[in-house]
Design a binder for this molecule. Structure first.
Ligand SMILES: [Zn+2]
Length: 148
């Protein structure tokens, strides 16, 4: 049962390993309506790995994105800090996170969190969350920092 539990101490995972992991996540996608399977893999600041895939249903808008699944998996296991996230889809274009997922990733990111946009051949582009979602709104806007 892949991707259901965090793997520990994965700081040493290479880009090659994470691309392999995101391809495995993509294989789990349930996308009978779009036929567009997507996978996502998060590596946390602590080195844990969490993955997710898109999950569609007959009421199309109710489907969920791979990034949302990976984030839910991370949060469920206590993770809160995304160091990097790999996202993979098929086709020639860049399968970058949708608008909603940009905000979802932003919630658990720092400005240097990287998004690795992948295709079947590997990583196509690496960008930071700050580039992907400039001038973003985040949790620090709601929670004032304590003085002193
Ligand atoms: Zn999305």
């Amino acid at each position: 049962m892949p991707n259901s539990a965090p793997q520990t101490s994965e700081k040493s995972l290479s880009e090659h390993d994470l691309v392999a992991a995101v391809k495995e996540a993509q294989k789990q996608a349930y996308a009978p309506y779009s036929n567009f399977p997507v996978g996502a893999v998060i590596r946390t600041a602590g080195g844990q790995i969490y993955s997710g895939c898109n999950v569609e249903n007959a009421s199309y808008p109710e489907g969920t994105c791979a990034e949302a699944g990976a984030i839910a998996n991370m949060v469920m296991h206590g993770g809160r800090d995304i160091a990097e996230i790999y996202v993979i889809g098929n086709g020639d274009g860049l399968v970058s996170p949708c608008g909603g997922c940009r905000q979802r990733i932003r919630e658990f990111s720092n400005p240097n969190t990287t998004i690795h946009i992948c295709g079947p051949e590997g990583v196509r582009k690496v960008i930071t969350i700050s580039e992907l979602l400039p001038y973003s709104f985040g949790p620090e806007h709601l929670v004032p920092k304590q003085a002193g």
